[in-house]
Design a protein around this ligand. Structure first.
Ligand code: SF4
Length: 235
């Protein structure tokens, strides 16, 4: 288990590296369902690709009702390049209908109701709770799962539910949403999946993986932040 002061050091270092911890998916803040569906589209796809298709999708279907009344085939035409488009179109139309019939057209603000929506899992639900409703949001995407395992914040499990459970024990609730966004940014900029750049990594002093060569905290490299790249990685 990571020492509490080391966890805090990681959190603070990430804040300095990535002051803007916002989600890179674009949506109209007045239309929360757009974020919900953009996260669905981002499964097995990049945020950059999703941001390329959603302007046309949401222009054609500007309201929740228009999506609820749409045919899955037509929705699918707009999202084809995001992959798995039949299942995604089916979920978007079905979730739109459920939002209207069971939730008064409002995206729920609690985990239980969010998980009832077609295509919504804990990752999406946590993101909505954190980004939209300011609640704790432990968004365990591939970057977060991988890097928290490398850091030693978790036991290295790849199971998102287990990772979420473990992060809930060490990351304070008020830090959780931004922390997870910063994991994504770090996974794109430095701790990339195939070749993490440990030599340039600010988190190295506290990392079980990158610090394994025996480097002391005093010998660790100076902070070297890199800019966010939004294009290459999948959620
Ligand atoms: S030290 Fe290496 S493994 Fe650890 S977070 Fe940094 S890049 Fe990833």
């Amino acid at each position: 288990m990571k020492r509490k002061e080391d966890v805090q050091s990681i959190i603070e270092a990430l804040k300095r590296l990535y002051p803007d911890a916002a989600c890179s998916l674009t949506y109209d803040p007045e239309k929360v369902h757009e974020l919900l569906f953009s996260v669905r589209l981002a499964a097995q796809c990049t945020d950059a690709r999703v941001n390329m298709v959603t302007p046309a999708l949401y222009a054609r279907f500007p309201t929740l009702r228009s999506l609820a009344e749409a045919s899955e085939e037509e929705v699918g035409e707009y999202i084809r390049s995001t992959g798995f488009w039949r299942a995604k179109a089916r979920d978007i139309v079905a979730a739109s209908r459920m939002l209207l019939t069971e939730f008064g057209g409002k995206v729920p603000d609690n985990m239980e109701d969010l998980l009832r929506l077609p295509g919504v899992g804990r990752k999406t639900a946590n993101l909505i709770l954190g980004d939209v409703y300011g609640q704790p949001g432990y968004v365990c995407d591939t970057h977060c799962i991988r890097i928290t395992g490398l850091l030693g914040l978790t036991d290295g499990s790849k199971d998102p539910v287990k990772v979420e459970e473990q992060l809930r024990k060490c990351i304070p609730p008020e830090e959780s949403s931004d922390f997870c966004h910063r994991m994504v940014l770090h996974g794109r900029a430095v701790c990339v999946a195939r070749r993490p750049d440990c030599g340039s990594c600010t988190l190295r002093p506290w990392c079980d993986h990158g610090g394994a060569a025996g480097e002391t905290k005093e010998e660790a490299p100076a902070p070297k932040p890199k800019r966010q790249s939004k294009a290459k990685t999948r959620r």
